[in-house]
Ligand binder design. Structure first.
Ligand code: HEC
Ligand code: HEC
Ligand code: HEC
Ligand code: HEC
Ligand code: HEC
Length: 479
């Protein structure tokens, strides 16, 4: 029997009114381990909560602009002096956030679904400046956005943040007249801007202010910061930077003396931007992909257990244990409802005959589950570690705004889960049965790209092997 632990993040009907109360109720207050982060959690506000049908949030999706776009500078200008930071950033997914074809296609679907009335929702994090600066209006078109909005999560979207108000849904203050805020205690003077030292950007709640995502319905979509806060590393004072911004030495700006401990702005995750336009050269794209591969090395371990011998006709009980080796957040994390992580198991007998398979793909490259067009529900044994969005009837849905529940089977930090699979031997030739198991991962499923008419990118999808193991069982002739 296979019983993956099902974690339900949020339920139907949790409206904004109940939302902050629920969120904060989950935070330990006083009795738990001391908060390692210098940024205090905000207290639940005594202000009346916005009515559930009032989509606009004064902080992150204001009805009227709260900043002037002319007070912000395109990243390219910063790159005149911050050559390295710009070169790293411009191939990061932070720079990709507003040009990502998957993002654009989903925003289009949402525009259709809400007749444009919630257009600031998706852009509140993907382009905080464009959203607060009034360029993203109801029924906006990407074609009409200026360079700063199209820069997405650009330099000043981080370096002009003065305060974290809530660790989700773009919950930070963006100060248009702010000097550049950064980690340097004694910055050399710059003719372009004043500088101010701050610890804020290095803290996990700052990253969480965009990385934890809650739908307008109240459904939690992404929660790496919430996971991190309760993880061994989070409780030990660790930071997102430990892994996502490795250090290097060099000048922090052109013609300045070198410094130690600069932070790499490539923000490597699991995703390599699609298409040929984003990267300057194909080599840059290959280099990005190689860094994703490197990040995905040793993220989990896999061990197998079976009997040594069974007699023909009985079932081999295969125990496959997968452990998340990351001490900081779940595996997978973030957009787990888009990512796919699963177990592939193939058992073959001595003659090469396949006795059992799960986690193998159909001719479209899809898993043989609900979303397969060729073999829907053809794989009843599928073990998935991602999450799925479902509606009130329990039917899987593609778009977060159609979902009332988000069911996750992702692995908590350092947590291991054992799945049991039953391999029939009635058809097996007496002799050794070989069982090959792999933990596989990919950033996007083909069915999603097809549903969004993005077929041109299908060839770019890569299935990463996170772990593999093999075992043999001797099948003896039935007595
Ligand atoms: C997603 C947020 C984010 C974005 C976008 C971003 N930075 Fe940073 N930046 C940081 C963080 C975090 C640090 C390190 C903070 C710390 O160590 O406490 C940093 C450090 C710096 C520093 C200090 C020296 C160094 O390199 O470590 C400079 C200069 C800098 N960034 C410039 C830029 C420029 C220029 C851009 C755009 C091309 C940019 N940043 C984009 C978050 C960001
Ligand atoms: C004319 C050159 C120049 C331009 C253009 C420029 N900077 Fe700087 N910046 C500097 C210099 C010089 C320093 C100090 C470097 C040092 O001390 O090693 C600096 C420091 C910084 C720091 C660190 C501040 C601190 O105290 O930690 C940040 C962050 C930063 N710049 C961001 C930006 C951003 C974002 C832009 C674009 C909006 C930008 N800079 C444009 C020259 C420039
Ligand atoms: C111990 C190192 C480590 C720390 C610390 C860490 N991460 Fe990660 N992160 C990883 C690894 C490894 C992956 C790739 C595997 C995965 O997706 O979980 C990853 C993946 C991610 C992804 C992409 C997930 C996806 O599947 O789309 C995001 C987003 C992310 N991390 C954000 C964060 C944030 C935010 C923090 C801080 C709250 C953080 N990480 C802290 C190691 C770390
Ligand atoms: C202003 C909002 C914002 C802030 C602040 C922010 N991020 Fe992000 N981040 C994003 C968005 C949006 C994306 C995804 C863009 C896309 O691919 O379309 C992203 C992507 C990433 C990824 C790549 C995920 C992948 O699957 O490849 C990593 C890693 C990451 N961020 C780490 C961080 C860390 C660490 C911090 C804090 C220093 C941080 N981010 C702060 C909005 C933000
Ligand atoms: C609260 C901030 C926030 C909001 C609101 C938000 N996103 Fe994101 N989005 C992120 C972050 C952070 C990531 C990176 C997480 C990761 O890679 O796992 C991301 C990643 C993505 C990705 C994956 C990028 C890729 O191609 O792999 C897509 C697609 C996306 N978002 C679409 C949307 C859409 C559509 C909406 C509106 C329904 C939306 N986002 C709303 C912060 C946000």
């Amino acid at each position: 029997m296979r019983a993956p632990r099902r974690l339900t993040w949020a339920r139907a009907g949790a409206l904004w009114a109940g939302l902050s109360a629920t969120w904060f109720a989950g935070c330990p207050t006083g009795t738990g381990p001391a908060e390692p982060e210098p940024v205090a959690e905000p207290e639940p506000s005594a202000e009346p909560e916005p009515a559930p049908d009032d989509f606009h949030d004064p902080l992150s999706t204001p009805e009227e602009p709260t900043v002037l776009l002319s007070n912000f500078t395109p990243a390219e200008t910063c790159g005149n002096c911050h050559v390295e930071q710009h070169a790293q950033w411009r191939h990061s997914t932070h720079a990709y956030a507003m040009v990502d074809p998957v993002f654009r296609a989903l925003v289009h679907e949402r525009q259709v679904a809400f007749a444009g009335a919630q257009d600031q929702f998706c852009t509140q994090c993907h382009s905080t400046i464009g959203t607060r600066g009034g360029e993203v209006v109801d029924n906006f078109s990407f074609d009409n956005l200026g360079p700063v909005a199209l820069d997405g999560v650009t330099c000043e979207a981080c370096h002009k943040v003065t305060e974290v108000v809530r660790p989700y849904n773009a919950g930070h203050q963006l100060e248009q007249y702010s000097p550049m805020r950064g980690p340097l205690a004694d910055p050399y003077p710059s003719e372009f801007h004043a500088s101010v030292e701050t610890d804020l950007l290095g803290t996990a709640p700052f990253c969480g202010s965009c990385h934890d995502v809650i739908e307008v319905s109240g459904l939690t979509l992404e929660r790496p910061y919430a996971e991190f806060k309760e993880s061994p590393r989070g409780l030990d004072g660790g930071r997102c930077l430990d892994c996502h911004m490795p250090t290097y030495d060099g000048p922090a700006a052109k013609d300045q003396p070198a410094r130690t401990g600069l932070r790499d702005h490539s923000f490597i995750g699991v995703d390599t931007p699609l298409g040929d336009n984003f990267f300057a050269t194909p080599d840059d794209k290959a280099a990005h992909r190689a860094r994703v591969e490197a990040l995905l090395t040793d993220v989990c371990s896999l061990s197998l257990q079976t009997a040594d011998t069974v007699s023909q006709g009985t079932v081999i009980d295969l125990f496959a244990t997968v452990k998340n080796e990351i001490d900081a957040h779940n595996l997978p994390t973030g957009t787990t409802f888009i990512r796919q992580m699963w177990l592939e198991v193939i058992a073959t007998d001595d003659t090469g005959q396949v006795l059992f398979e799960t986690g193998t793909l159909d001719a479209n490259g899809d898993l043989r589950d609900f979303w397969s067009e060729l073999d829907k529900y053809g794989d009843n044994d599928l073990v998935s570690y991602s999450s799925r969005l479902i509606d009130l009837l329990g039917t899987p849905v593609l778009f977060p705004w159609d979902a009332t529940e988000h069911q996750s089977t992702s692995l908590s930090p350092l947590y291991e889960r054992t799945s049991t699979l039953f391999i029939p031997t009635a058809e097996a030739a007496p002799g050794l049965v070989t069982i090959s198991v792999r933990v596989l991962f990919r950033s996007h499923p083909p069915y999603l790209l097809r549903a969004l008419a993005l077929d041109e990118y299908l060839d770019e999808l890569v299935v990463h092997e996170l772990a593999s193991a093999e075992t043999e069982v001797l099948v003896t002739a039935a007595p």
